[in-house]
Design a binder for this molecule. Structure first.
Ligand code: G3P
Length: 216
C-alpha cells in the first residue's frame, strides 16, 4: 500500500519524506488555508511537487464543470506531479470525463457511497477518495465503504486507485492495508503514531541499559 501525507505543510512533508515511506501528497482548500502567510498557494504546491516525486493532489473550488476544467488546467500546468481533486457531483463527473480525455489525472474527492466511487471510476477518475473519518463522525463505519469500493473495483477490474482519506487513527491505516486499498493518505500526527509501539520503546530502553553493563 502506498502512503500519502494529507497536509500542505512543507516541514511535515519534508520530515515524512526523510523517513523514506512517502509516495505522494494530498491537499485540499482547508489544508492550504492553514498555510496562509507562507506564500501564494501555487508556489506552495510547486514546492511540494519538487519535494515529493509522486502524485500531489490539488483541489478545484469551482462548482460548474467548465470552471472546474479551467482551474484544473491551470493547476496541472504547475507541475507534472499535480493530480486535480474534483468534488463528487454531477458537474464534477462531467469535468472528470473532459479532463481524462485531455490526459489530466483526477482524484474524485468527498466520496461517501460505493456507487459514487463506481461512477467516478467510470467517468475516468485516476483516483477516488472515500472519507472514512467523516463517516465515523456521522455514526457510520467508514471502513465498510472502503471494503465495498475495493470489492466493486476488483469485480470490474477498474484501474482507478482507492485513496483512503479522512484518516484519523492508526487502525484506519491497518484496516486499509488488510482490505487491499491502494493508498492511505495520512495526517503527519498519525504517521508518527504508526511508527511507535510501547514494547519497542521498552525494548530499546532495556537493550541500552544492558549495554551499559558491557561497557563497564
Ligand atoms: O483527504 C481528505 C482529508 O483531508 C479530510 O480529512 O480530517 O478533514 O475529514 P478530515
Amino acid at each position: 500500500m502506498k502512503f500519502f501525507i494529507d497536509t500542505a505543510n512543507l516541514d511535515e512533508i519534508k520530515e515524512a519524506a526523510s523517513i523514506g515511506i512517502l509516495d505522494g501528497v494530498t491537499t485540499n482548500p482547508t489544508l492550504l488555508a492553514k498555510e496562509k502567510g507562507k506564500g501564494d498557494f501555487r508556489a506552495i504546491l510547486k514546492k511540494i511537487c519538487e519535494t515529493v516525486d509522486g502524485p500531489v493532489s490539488a483541489e478545484v473550488v469551482a462548482t460548474d464543470a467548465e470552471g472546474m476544467v479551467k482551474e484544473a488546467e491551470d493547476l496541472a500546468r504547475l507541475h507534472k506531479n499535480i493530480v486535480v481533486k474534483i468534488p463528487m457531483s454531477k458537474e464534477g463527473l462531467k469535468a472528470i470525463k473532459i479532463l481524462d480525455s485531455k490526459g489530466i489525472r483526477t482524484n474524485c474527492t468527498l466520496i461517501f457511497s460505493p456507487i459514487q466511487a463506481l461512477m467516478a471510476a467510470k467517468a475516468g477518475a485516476s483516483f477516488v477518495s472515500p472519507f472514512v473519518g467523516r463517516l465515523d463522525d456521522a455514526s457510520h463505519i467508514g471502513m465498510d465503504l472502503v471494503q465495498d469500493v475495493v470489492s466493486i473495483f476488483e469485480n470490474y477490474e477498474l484501474a482507478t486507485e482507492i485513496i483512503v482519506a479522512s484518516v484519523r487513527n492508526p487502525l484506519h491505516v491497518v484496516e486499509a492495508a488488510v482490505m487491499g486499498a491502494d493508498i492511505a493518505t495520512i495526517p503527519f500526527r498519525v504517521i508518527e503514531q504508526l511508527i511507535k509501539h510501547p514494547l519497542t520503546d521498552v525494548g530499546i530502553k532495556r537493550f541500552l541499559e544492558d549495554w551499559k553493563k558491557v561497557e563497564k
